[in-house]
Design a protein around this ligand. Structure first.
Ligand SMILES: Cc1cc2nc3c(=O)[nH]c(=O)nc-3n(C[C@H](O)[C@H](O)[C@H](O)COP(=O)(O)OP(=O)(O)OC[C@H]3O[C@@H](n4cnc5c(N)ncnc54)[C@H](O)[C@@H]3O)c2cc1C
Length: 617
């Protein structure tokens, strides 16, 4: 059963509209789901927090990986992806990605995206990035791939007449009495027929809310990437997984020690074209560290940079691409050139100061190969999802591809399941406080200090204690004098950030090893015997965390309730036992982490310590 009352504090919905499918987010994932569902005749509403093109997709530089080149094969792409994922990729999910990827890219081109091609042959130009053993990254506008993909998808959505609601923050899931998805609540900013808090009722909800980079002080992610989808899914009772695996991009333009928020990325493709990293003494320190040197997987490069920074007491390293010359910089990397010059750095004549910053969430809302979360009718797609494709570390340029491929899978699943939920349950008012807007910056500082590239038990304990204090202060204010921050975008976002920060830190504390992009200084080795497993987290109705681990073979989750489309007679509003959706061979005995009313853990699941006794907002 979905926890009731576990939602953001907000006014009751004052208006409602109906759709078959509501898509939350308008990046590559959300817009692709919307287009494919609409093409099959479904009534789709896209809700997005800012403008349609606001999200990480627009900022993607390097490109999209797919085995499109001569001699390249999905099998080679699969191998590179598995290596980067450091033992935690779900091989079936990766196989789906790499085999369906090339055609998904061709369909994106048919939708209107224009990739860079060779002037003489018209063939798509392919570059290399870290961890890829072949040139397989298609790009557009030189280093403006995401902007072109976003343009093409936004145009297509407008041409298709799909309903879009911009400047609208989705708050929480609405369910029927049995806990099946029945829509979302949202807050529309601005004035008009639909302003303030309302509801979109729908039989399927697709979370495509992107990443959570804003949980750290320095990130490549835009301001909208506040982890709302993960926080919403947790409140709805869905499982999230692998949150500890945050990819820190090794080469982000260093803008000074106090720089905060979104920082310009210097794409891996710059290294792919031959730029190299040097330390403060001008020494190329990646040589001899990995066979691919500067093109080693991102975690290796980020760690090497951090180590060398520590050894030299430096705040950043340098990227040297002076040998490209002015013409190549202007033609191949116009966006990066402009960003550098805007900050007084000229890559044509000088080196570029770079340091790692939070870039990509490899974990997220746990999904099966068709994008189902553990809550029936709730799907997750793109960066918000944890499909098992990335394991402990994402291979460069696999994320746009993941958004495309799994969006098409989700759309196919949705249109094949016409049954709807029972009547939506009226939301009960939340008894939990909201955080003041300033808490956002406090959370970011705590996370960067304690759960950044360099982590240890001590740093993570300190982060956990600081986050708990932020939570308790808000709760105490509410209990003492009934005060809580006013519901508004800033307070909802800050509250969501705290939720994902607490889960991320809890997962990082428990994973007592170094693997992929999770680097524990106090546990420098990879421990396959104990930790070749995923940490899976759920919020209980009491708002404590239930945590278990599961083997990669058992990674695809099973809904905690049967989907109405799988039930003879469809949705009748009948309440099903929470255990009935368990995987074959599921362990039904209650385990240490499980409290009353919890779903059983699937085959291969293992408790990962007691439930966190703390209430999580
Ligand atoms: C600088 C940069 C460079 C990158 N380069 C590459 C690259 O070269 N290749 C590659 O494969 N990947 C790259 N990535 C990663 C890739 O861009 C993202 O993983 C991908 O675009 C995510 O797409 P998405 O559709 O899941 O989310 P996004 O594109 O981030 O879209 C999320 C959407 O959800 C909306 N949203 C969020 N919360 C809410 C809410 N509560 N209510 C309503 N709407 C909400 C946002 O407004 C936005 O529209 C890069 C990322 C960055 C930041």
């Amino acid at each position: 059963m979905v926890p009731t009352g576990v939602r953001l504090r907000a006014p009751a919905p004052g208006w409602a509209i109906d759709a078959d499918v509501v898509v939350v987010g308008s990046g590559v994932a959300g817009l692709t789901v919307a287009l494919r569902c609409a093409a099959a005749g479904a009534k789709v509403t896209v809700v997005t927090k800012a403008r349609l093109d606001d999200g990480s997709t627009r900022w993607a530089q390097g490109g999209i990986a797919a085995a499109l080149g001569e001699g390249d094969t999905p099998a080679q792409h699969l191998d590179d992806t598995l290596v980067a994922g450091a033992g935690l990729c779900d091989e079936e999910a990766v196989r789906n990605l790499v085999t369906e990827g090339p055609d998904a890219v061709r369909r994106l081109i048919a939708t209107g995206a224009r990739f860079d091609t060779a002037p003489d042959t018209g063939e798509i130009l392919l570059t290399r990035e870290g961890g890829h053993h072949r040139r397989r990254i298609a790009h557009a506008g030189g280093d403006a791939t995401g902007a072109e993909i976003s343009r093409a998808l936004v145009d297509a959505v407008r041409d298709a007449g799909i309903e879009t609601i911009e400047n609208a923050l989705v708050l929480d899931l609405i369910t029927d009495a049995a806990g099946r998805t029945a829509g979302v609540t949202l807050h529309v900013m601005g004035e008009g027929q639909r302003d303030g808090v309302g509801a979109v009722r729908a039989r399927a909800v697709v979370l495509a809310t992107g990443g959570m980079g804003q949980v750290f002080s320095a990130t490549t992610n835009p301001a909208v990437s506040t982890g709302d989808g993960v926080a919403l899914a947790l409140r709805a009772g869905a499982e999230v997984s692998d949150l500890e695996f945050v990819q820190f991009h090794p080469t982000v333009l260093w803008l000074g020690p106090d720089a905060e928020g979104q920082q310009p990325l210097v794409s891996e493709a710059v290294r792919g074209e031959g730029a190299y990293l040097v330390d403060a003494d001008g020494v190329r320190f990646m040589q001899g560290q990995h066979e691919l040197a500067e093109l080693a997987p991102r975690d290796i490069v980020a760690k090497a940079i951090m180590r060398r920074m520590r050894e030299q007491g430096a705040e950043h390293m340098y990227l040297d691409g002076r040998h490209f010359g002015a013409e190549m910089w202007a033609h191949r990397f116009p966006t990066i050139l402009a960003a550098c010059r805007a900050h007084g750095i000229d890559p044509v004549t000088g080196t570029i100061p770079v340091a790692p910053a939070a870039h990509y969430a490899s974990g997220g809302v746990r999904t099966d190969p068709r994008g189902h979360t553990t809550v029936p009718g709730l799907y997750a797609c793109g960066e918000v999802a944890c499909t098992g494709v990335h394991g402990a570390n994402r291979l460069a340029s696999n994320s746009l591809l993941e958004g495309l491929v799994f969006a098409e899978r989700i759309a196919a699943d949705i249109v094949a399941r016409p049954a709807g939920p029972g009547a939506p349950v009226i939301p009960v008012p939340s008894r939990f406080p909201l955080l003041a807007p300033e808490a956002r910056y406090e959370i970011q500082r705590v996370m960067t200090a304690g759960a950044g590239v360099l982590r240890s038990a001590d740093s993570l304990d300190r982060a956990a204690a600081a986050l708990r204090r932020i939570q308790h202060t808000a709760a105490d204010d509410l209990e003492r004098d009934g005060k809580t921050a006013e519901p508004c975008v800033e307070t909802w976002e800050a509250t969501n950030l705290l939720t994902v920060a607490r889960v991320l830190v809890e997962a990082a504390r428990r994973r007592e090893e170094t693997r992929g992009c999770h680097w524990r200084e106090d546990r420098p080795d990879r421990d396959d015997a104990i930790w070749r497993r995923h940490l899976v987290v759920r919020l209980t109705p009491e708002r404590t965390l239930a945590i278990h681990t599961t083997e990669t073979a058992a990674f695809p989750p099973t809904a905690t309730l049967p989907d109405p489309a799988d039930t003879p007679g469809g949705a009748s509003g009948t309440t099903q036992g929470a255990a009935s959706g368990a995987a074959p061979g599921a362990a039904t005995a209650p385990a240490a982490a499980a409290g009353a009313g919890q779903a059983p853990r699937p085959h291969g699941a293992r408790a990962a310590g007691p439930a966190s006794p703390e209430e999580i907002s």
